[in-house]
Write a protein that binds this ligand. Structure first.
Ligand code: NJP
Length: 250
């Protein structure tokens, strides 16, 4: 898909990967509709990229339909969505508060599915449409102390794979971007700092560039940074071997 002149919704565009993606999309000539709850932060990013801000909580049952309806009302079309808004949680599962389980599942699983449901008819209305889910390396490697978050992101990967098959031949492409550690406020928001010395977090811009590649080239799945494809492949092909190595080297 050529992005110039297209209308693209980016959820969680108030900061981090979403804000970087909004800037990258605007740089390609796309019109960006960004969502988030932080009015000041989202307003500043949308002002910078000449986009439209839609304030709201993705957990609100009417949010997904609202975002699609307002986008089409204002811009006349919807060509792509980047389903990026997300929250993390780290800590042993037996100490995870019930409301945190609900928040991770609501924001990271239910909301992306609801947005996909609401957007699909519009994405299919023109010759081509694109839907990109920002998942996580945690969903691919299934990380201890991130059980619910890992399961949530793995669920979205599974959902995207099925949706890709269901939409084959309709002109709508479904892809995912799988980031490793990224230097954003994600860790502050989840309440636990990133405490590993390796791998070092990458800036959000390469993840945004991967989102654009997935849309422009109809790529199925982009892992960023690319070397993480190694551990992902090892876990898939030799799960017990992978687990032994990850216990030893972290
Ligand atoms: O996180 P952060 P990232 N309703 O915290 C929005 C995944 N990922 O950019 O509402 C509506 O800077 C929030 O907006 P606001 C991760 O799982 C990351 O790093 O205004 N919006 C903000 O714009 C996520 O899916 C890393 O506060 C809600 C955005 O989400 C994606 O990358 C590693 C919301 C979060 O910005 C972007 O994360 C990885 C709600 N209820 C995967 N809750 C990483 N950073 O290391 C949150 O593997 N938002």
């Amino acid at each position: 898909m050529q992005l110039s002149g297209k209308v693209v919704v980016v959820t969680g565009a108030s900061r981090g990967i979403g804000a970087a993606t909004a800037r990258a999309l605007a740089g390609r000539g796309a019109t960006v509709v960004g969502t988030g709850r932080d009015a000041a932060a989202l307003g500043a990013v949308m002002c910078e990229v000449g986009g439209t801000a839609i304030l709201g909580d993705v957990r609100d049952p009417s949010h997904a339909d609202d975002v699609v309806r307002r986008t089409v009302d204002e811009h006349g079309r919807l060509d792509a969505i980047v389903v990026n808004a997300g929250v993390g949680y780290t800590g042993p599962f037996d100490a995870m508060p019930a409301e945190c389980i609900d928040e991770v599942l609501d924001v990271d699983v239910r909301a992306p599915m609801q947005l996909a449901r609401a957007a699909l008819p519009e994405l299919g209305r023109h010759d081509e449409g694109s839907m990109v889910f920002v998942t996580s390396i945690a969903g691919a490697l299934l990380v201890p102390r991130e059980s619910v978050y890992s399961a949530a992101k793995a669920a979205v990967e599974a959902f995207a794979e099925v949706l890709r098959e269901e939409t084959r031949g309709t002109g709508v492409h479904v892809g995912t971007v799988v980031p490793g550690a990224v230097a954003t406020e994600f860790f502050t928001t989840r309440g636990t700092p990133y405490d590993r010395s390796f791998p070092r977090p990458i800036p959000p811009e390469p993840v945004a560039a991967a989102v654009l590649r997935v849309i422009e080239d109809s790529t199925e799945r982009a892992v960023v940074p690319g070397w993480l494809r190694g551990p992902v492949l090892l876990r898939r092909l030799a799960p017990r071997r992978y687990r032994t190595l990850s216990r030893r080297y972290g």
